[in-house]
Design a protein around this ligand. Structure first.
Ligand code: NAG
Ligand code: NAG
Ligand code: NAG
Ligand code: NAG
Ligand code: NAG
Ligand code: NAG
Ligand code: NAG
Length: 917
């Protein structure tokens, strides 16, 4: 705070000359103070970009106006001394040091604030002391500005009269000076940091002195300050006058003293988001005036004490994400002011106590993700007449009773209900209430149908989630202004789309997401669906829909981000989806579509995933499409694509493609040496990928899947395509040699060239494909030896070289010790283990593994091989390792490569988790 001082000293000097020039006036403001403030205004910068939100109070500071009338300045009414400076949210920026390098000012380390407001002594004051009879500055508020630098200890050592100090979100960082404990008059102290990027720290002793010395404190707000060094016993010394204690996200560490909850005047205590904080709630003697209790995301244990019933003034209770146990005590009868009760993920069991349903002021009740059991019925719920948000989701034993007379209940304020993942068995119509906007009943056991009557009304309903139930029929889509309807994974059957869409007037122009995948729908998709011009996600996949895809869906695509029609019986041509620049995922695979790839698709510049697999498309390779800048996954497998590939798959040299599947077509001709040029994503070492990012929509992951073939079985990858890097050209009529350049695709994990007419040798450059897990070159006409360089492929899990014309010894070492005869079947010239045919003694040295397997570019690869026993899926003893796992083979290879460790490991785990075999 030397900075403030310097500015302030400067101001003092100027203020002296100012006051000499201007004759004493009847202004309430003391002229030298006015001048000093003007000088302050001059020296501090304004961030003009913040003006749309905030306003620089200093702009109202004008010489012609009495300084006591300036915005943010408060004077003593009798004496005119400035006693308060409030420059919060004033767009102030930069350093408080105006002339930090000026040694003249450096001599005067007294603060201007001091001089002007406190009248402290000092040689410069001698001849002006009659001018300055200041009372001390009482209130200083610099909150929400953007200063540089640390907090100066002088701010505290000089301004000892402060009663209110607010330095929250000022941009200051670093250690909070211990001199803060000199401010023994402080009533209110706010040093909170609202921002993850600035770091302010309290050291243990500093806070301990503060707790002992600031005996008048009523408000203490330190949100975001790093207090990991503070001994929690220091809190025992906090003054009993404390009313507000806010320590949100302070990295508190240790056992919190229960007595703090019992401070007699406490009204507000927030300890939330201190994951290393442990403790218990008090069994008795709460501060009886408590209005706010927040301990979310901490490690509080034990029972929720019955003494809760004594908190008769409490308005907010936030207890979520702790390690409580037992039942919720039935003591809420007296908490008539309680409006917020959150205890999600608290490990609680048993029934929801009846007294909770007496809380007439309750607007939000969140008891989700516990082990609560029993039933909730509309009788109970309807007593909560103020309720707006109800979340009881993820209590698998909790049911919702419904009966025929439910319609008579009203929930006048209810806006959001989440009953997902409970034991609800019947669609509850009693929530059909005029304000309800959000209803989630997914993952329950709701069976039967939804009648037209039940689906009517819901005037305000915007989001309805009914996925993963047993719904069999639907007479009408519920709601009148839905934007999201999720019905996936039910048992819906019949031509629901045509019946429901035609029954309904197209009120649904607001629809943004419509998901009805994984049902048993049949019939056509009516063109009335095209009236949903706001649609962003359309998922009709995994049904038995037939007929052609409505032409007009092209018009729909204005806002469409994800279109999933895969796994139906659609036939006919693919409509010309005209280009929009938001479509990212298009799945049309596993239908009976024919004709050409619609040319307009090449204008969809945002496209990331295109799956046209398993159709009857008859076209040449869509080169323009493959050159789209964001395309990552291109799947054309099992169609009737034909002709040669272009010289290069993509005309871009910065392609994001990481998965190319052209298998099962009639492509022919040789592979040009530049074919894989430009595939930047495959030529780079795997990086940390923001995988899944593009499938995430509105914060939620959108489910999709892509099939790839590794080994001989199909594996379904869920949500993981972005980390799977593969090229599959199998089952075509390619000929000629495999280009050496394939070896440059170093992030490849799967390569399949099987069932073609490739000739010539296996390129030695394959030894560079260090990420490769599966290599299939079978059923070609490859000749020559297996390059010994391939022993470098230490992640190789599957190798198939069968049915070729290879000869010579099979290399030894690393993964080659794990492949069996099948990998080499049908190559009459091969010899050596595991084949029974011995290699002849023709003077050829048997290829051996290189003695050190270097990961290219790794600085100091350090690795080790550990044999870890048998297993097929359980990760044991996994402290540092990256595991290569060979299914059904009696060993695990644990290898650590310093640099790639993290990425490889997480990628591997994700892939394992999400593969459904
Ligand atoms: C506590 O405050 C008093 C002034 O009230 C001051 O003299 C003393 O030095 C302070 N103690 C500490 C440890 O800061
Ligand atoms: C946090 O503060 C820094 C520096 O003041 C600023 O650049 C950044 O945008 C802020 N971040 C947020 C999330 O407010
Ligand atoms: C601080 O707390 C300790 C332990 O509770 C106590 O011994 C000490 O007297 C307290 N000091 C003050 C100033 O209250
Ligand atoms: C509630 O407060 C009363 C009076 O203050 C007290 O006697 C009683 O023990 C308290 N109950 C609980 C459970 O703490
Ligand atoms: C509610 O308040 C009454 C009267 O103050 C008291 O007798 C009763 O024990 C309280 N109930 C609970 C659950 O604390
Ligand atoms: C779209 O809605 C209009 C009325 O808004 C209707 O006349 C038209 O038939 C609808 N189009 C389709 C394809 O259903
Ligand atoms: C693609 O966009 C270009 C320019 O916007 C346009 O001229 C062309 O007709 C579009 N092509 C198709 C097939 O829609």
């Amino acid at each position: 705070m030397g900075s403030i001082c310097l500015v302030l000293v400067l101001m003092l000097h100027l203020s002296l000359s100012f006051s000499a020039a201007v004759p004493p006036s009847s202004h309430l403001c003391l002229p030298h103070q006015g001048a000093a403030l003007l000088q302050f205004k001059k020296s501090i910068s304004i961030d003009n970009s913040c003006r749309d939100r905030e306003y620089p109070k200093t702009e109202s500071w004008k010489r012609s106006i009495d300084c006591c009338s300036w915005e943010g300045i408060k004077c003593d009414k009798l004496t005119g001394h400035v006693i308060g400076v409030d420059l919060s949210r004033s767009c102030l920026t930069g350093s408080l040091y105006a002339s930090a390098n000026n040694s003249l000012f450096r001599l005067h380390t007294l603060c201007w604030l001091d001089l002007s407001f406190n009248g402290l002594n000092g040689s410069t004051l001698e001849n002006t002391s009659s001018l300055f009879h200041f009372h001390g500055l009482r209130r200083l508020n610099l909150a929400y500005n953007d200063f540089d630098g640390t907090i100066s200890s002088e701010l505290f050592s000089q301004l000892v009269s402060l009663t209110h100090l607010n330095l929250s979100a000022t941009g200051f960082f670093g250690l909070i000076p211990r001199q803060i404990s000199l401010l023994s008059s402080l009533v209110s102290l706010d040093l909170s940091v609202d921002n993850d990027t600035t770091f302010t720290t309290f050291d243990g002793q500093g806070f301990d002195m503060l707790a002992r010395n600031l005996t008048k404190l009523r408000y203490l707000v330190l949100d975001g300050v790093d207090m990991s060094d503070v001994a929690l016993t220091s809190f025992l010394n906090l003054t009993s006058s404390l009313q507000r204690l806010s320590l949100y996200r302070c990295q508190l560490d240790g056992e919190f003293p229960t007595q703090v909850f019992q401070l007699p005047n406490l009204k507000y205590i927030d300890l939330s988001v201190n994951e290393n904080l442990r403790g218990y709630l008090p069994k008795t003697n709460w501060g009886s005036g408590l209005e706010f209790l927040g301990v979310e995301y901490c490690g509080f244990r034990g029972l929720i004490p019955p003494s809760f019933g004594n908190l008769t003034r409490i308005v907010f209770i936030y207890l979520s994400e702790n390690l409580f146990e037992g039942q919720i005590p039935d003591v809420f009868g007296n908490l008539t002011k309680l409006t917020y009760l959150a205890c999600s993920s608290c490990n609680l069991s048993g029934p929801i106590p009846n007294s909770i349903f007496d809380l007439v002021s309750l607007t939000s009740l969140d008891l989700s993700s516990n082990k609560l059991s029993g039933g909730v019925d509309p009788d109970m719920l309807s007593k909560l007449t103020s309720l707006e948000n109800l979340d009881l989701s993820n209590n698998s034993l909790l049911s919702l009773s419904t009966s025929g007379s439910d319609v008579n209940y009203s929930f006048p304020r209810l806006e959001s209900v989440n009953f997902s993942s409970c034991s609800v068995r019947k669609f509850p119509s009693f929530f059909r209430t005029s304000k309800l906007e959000y209803l989630d009943l997914s993952n329950n056991m709701i069976s039967g149908g939804i009648s037209k009557w039940e689906a009517e009304g819901w005037e305000a309903l915007q989001e309805l989630y009914l996925s993963n139930n047993f719904l069999t029929s639907l007479e009408q889509f519920p709601g009148q202004s839905l934007s999201i309807l999720d019905l996936h994974s039910n048992l819906l059957e019949g031509p629901i789309l045509s019946t429901c869409l035609n029954l309904q007037t197209p009120i649904s122009a607001w629809w943004q997401e419509f998901l009805i995948s994984d049902n048993k729908l049949t019939g056509n998709v009516p063109s009335s669906i095209c009236n949903w011009t706001s649609l962003e996600i359309l998922d009709l996949s995994r049904n038995s829909l037939s007929g052609s895809i409505p032409e007009c869906l092209g018009n729909l695509s204005q806002n469409l981000i994800i279109m999933n029609l895969q796994m139906n019986n659609f036939s006919g041509k693919i409509p010309d989806f005209f280009a929009n620049d938001v479509l990212t995922n298009l799945f049309l695979n596993d239908n009976r579509l024919e004709g050409l790839v619609p040319p307009s698709l090449a204008n969809s510049t945002s496209l990331k995933i295109l799956n046209l697999g398993n159709n009857m498309v008859t076209d040449r390779f869509p080169h323009r499409l493959a050159s789209l800048p964001n395309l990552q996954v291109l799947i054309l497998r099992s169609n009737r694509f034909h002709g040669p590939l272009p010289h290069s798959i993509t005309s871009s040299n910065d392609s994001a493609l990481r998965m190319i599947d052209l298998s099962g077509n009639v492509f022919s001709g040789p592979l040009h040496t530049k074919l894989f040029q430009g595939l930047r994503a495959m030529r780079e070492k795997p990086l940390y990928l923001d995988d899944d990012a593009y499938y995430s929509y509105n914060g939620e992951y959108y489910y999709f899947s892509v099939n790839v073939t590794t080994k001989s079985s199909e594996i379904e990858l869920l949500k993981t395509t972005s980390i799977f890097v593969s090229v599959d050209l199998s089952n075509n009529q390619f000929s000629g040699q495999i280009p050496e350049e394939v070896g440059q695709l170093i992030s490849l994990q799967m390569l399949n060239f099987s069932y073609n007419n490739f000739t010539g040798p296996i390129p030695a450059s394959f030894g560079n494909l260090v990420a490769l897990e599966s290599l299939d070159l079978s059923s070609n006409k490859l000749e020559g030896r297996i390059p010994s360089q391939m022993t470098k492929l230490t992640f190789l899990e599957v190798l198939n070289l069968s049915e070729n014309k290879l000869f010579g010894p099979i290399p030894h070492g690393n993964q080659f010790g794990t492949f069996e005869n099948d990998s080499y079947r049908g190559n009459l010239g091969l010899c050596g283990l595991p084949l029974s045919k011995q290699c002849g003694n023709r003077g050829e040295a048997e290829p051996t593994a290189p003695s050190v397997v270097e990961h290219e570019d790794s600085q100091v690869p350090f690795w080790q091989v550990v044999m870890m026993g048998y297993g097929s899926g359980v990760v044991l003893g996994l402290s540092l390792g990256y595991i290569v796992f060979t299914t059904g083979r009696p060993w695990w290879l644990v290898r650590m490569v310093e640099r790639d460790l993290q990425y490889k490991f997480t990628a591997w785990i994700r892939r394992r988790k999400s593969r459904r075999i």
